[in-house]
Design a protein around this ligand. Structure first.
Ligand code: B12
Ligand code: SF4
Length: 470
């Protein structure tokens, strides 16, 4: 059957491109099952909604299926309405973590026939088979739909795919892959890159995080991961890769084995991953460094032990500091990310985070906490009546840098002011600690990436921040 997979826009003017693995895995499974798959990549091809609809209609689909994370809900809503007008009888579905956590909203607002819950590879194949053959698709496990009265119905639970090595590689070539490979990577560097997924799931339980694959971690074999990477090198000439798993470092033995194989088969390839401070040690980091790892991003989130406990992080600020220093000491760049505005946040806890960054000598983005559907804090926010209208909440989501729900005792403007102060102080302290090295390096980096526009933007931001110092 002809299936058109639509990847909605990211919603920002300028950004790096991240390859949509979920949709690409679904695409390769459908291809393997003999279906005819077209991808309309609004993001990768920078399509307007009208262009995306036109391409979708021109592909003459039997099924249209949307991907994209929860923040892209509004695009799915817009596109689905436009496509429905052009193709009134087409079967429409969607999958991703948003659909999985708030299926009723997607079904109601986007006029979808059903949605795919959780892991999509097997479910999408069975669903397309059933629609093609005209059998009862509601018998396919792992889907949800609305009955005539608008009540949510779900089929039986879909078991996780036991062996990830059995999945075909993502269907990279259905996407405008060169745009992804040659885009600025997540470190803001220009290098040919494409990432690979090594595992699904995370054993931890942080309150602001939703894990579509749950706490039981499934890992691919190091051999399969390295074979895929070798293919990416030979097909697309990549020089850089990374593992955007929930948590790449959750199992020491797995990391060490994968590194040994990477070192042997892919010398010269550099890479990055997401880490957790209590899952790394010196020997492991040295092994990673030796296998080409040059960058680890740790979700630090706060410099306050009180807040870390509230977030169920299970680590202390001191552990975070030690891990950052250890990582840098073996020659891997350690990056931290922070959030502000969790339940219980105070001026003191924010100051502790700022002090933490000074001590760690890092600069880092500080994002407002957002209670995404499926997280513990989403349930708490719902219980407290802080999210009155879920659809409105989803529609407001964009690049994740705005304050959408205030979980604190501060007023909205106080919290925004506090964030701006903290972010400015962290950035300024970092630059002024080694001004002659860091300021020119920053300006040069942004000039290379964005030309004079980037340079002026940076210079103005820095001067404003120095003048506003308090
Ligand atoms: C890489 C990544 C990113 C990348 C972008 C990825 C991309 N291409 O869009 C970047 C770094 C940009 C990013 C940003 C953000 N991210 Co993010 N990200 C991830 C991460 C770590 C991996 C995604 C991935 O590739 N997974 C692997 C693939 C195979 O899984 P999948 O995408 O879920 O796809 C499967 C199913 O969902 C389903 N499926 C997916 N699409 C489709 C389509 C169809 C038709 C079907 C049938 C099935 C289907 O089948 C797929 C295969 O099994 C996930 C965590 C995770 N492990 O999933 C978070 C995650 C998706 N991100 C999340 C969040 C919150 C964000 C941010 C808002 C964070 C922030 N505060 O900045 C921003 C959003 C920015 C924006 N404007 O949209 C949350 C979403 C929470 C939620 N309730 O939906 C997650 C789950 C992290 C978490 N644990 O909380 N992210
Ligand atoms: S934030 Fe990271 S460590 Fe915590 S549960 Fe999510 S993936 Fe796991």
């Amino acid at each position: 059957m002809r299936v058109t997979l639509v990847y909605p826009s990211y919603g920002e003017e300028q950004h790096s491109l991240y390859f949509p693995f979920g949709l690409a895995y679904v695409a390769s499974s459908l291809l393997k099952a003999g279906h005819d798959v077209t991808v309309v990549d609004m993001e990768g091809d920078r399509l307007s909604a009208e262009e995306a609809v036109l391409r979708t209609v021109q592909s003459s689909p039997g099924i249209v299926a949307f991907g994209g994370m929860v923040t892209r809900f509004r695009y799915v809503r817009e596109l689905s309405a436009l496509i429905r007008k052009e193709l009134p009888g087409v079967f429409m579905t969607a999958g991703n973590s948003g659909v999985t956590t708030v299926p009723e909203i997607y079904l109601k607002s986007c006029g979808l026939d059903c949605v795919v819950l959780g892991e999509g590879e097997v479910t999408s194949v069975e669903l397309v088979d059933a629609v093609e053959k005209g059998t009862d698709w509601q018998q396919v496990p792992g889907i949800a739909w609305l009955d005539k009265e608008g009540a949510l119905l779900k089929s039986s639970h879909r078991e996780p795919i036991p062996d990830l090595d059995s999945l075909p590689w993502p269907a990279w070539d259905l996407f405008p892959i060169e745009n992804y490979v040659s885009s600025i990577d997540h470190r803001q560097k220009k290098v040919r890159h494409l990432e690979t997924l090594a595992s699904r799931g995370c054993p931890f339980n942080c309150v602001y995080c939703y894990r579509i694959y749950g706490r039981n971690v499934r890992r691919r074999s190091p051999e399969a991961i390295v074979a895929e990477l070798a293919e990416l090198v030979s097909r697309y000439d990549i020089q850089y890769t990374g593992f955007p798993d929930d948590l790449f470092t959750s199992d020491r033995e797995f990391v060490i084995k994968t590194c040994a194989l990477m070192k042997e088969k892919l010398p010269g390839i550099k890479w990055s991953c997401l880490g957790r401070v209590n899952t790394v040690d010196r020997e492991m980091l040295e092994t990673m460094k030796d296998a080409g790892c040059d960058w680890i991003s740790y979700g630090i989130e706060s410099g306050s032990d009180f807040m870390l406990e509230k977030m169920r992080r299970g680590v202390t600020a001191q552990q975070c500091l030690d891990a950052l220093k250890l990582t840098e000491s073996v020659g891997i760049h350690a990056e931290g990310s922070f959030i502000i505005g969790m339940f219980g946040e105070t001026r003191d806890t924010v100051k502790q985070t700022v002090d933490f960054c000074r001590k760690a000598d890092i600069t880092a983005p500080m994002l407002f906490v957002t209670p995404y559907p499926g997280t513990a804090i989403y349930n708490m926010a719902m219980d407290k009546g802080l999210i009155q209208d879920v659809e409105e909440f989803l529609l407001k989501m964009n690049a994740a840098d705005e304050l959408l729900v205030n979980l604190t005792d501060f007023t909205r403007s106080e919290l925004i002011e506090l964030r701006n102060w903290a972010q400015g102080t962290i950035g300024r302290s970092y630059l002024l600690k080694k001004p002659f090295a860091r300021i020119p390096a920053l300006l040069w980096k942004h000039f290379k990436l964005h030309g004079f526009r980037g340079l002026f933007h940076d210079a103005r931001a820095f001067l404003t921040s120095v003048l506003a110092r308090n």
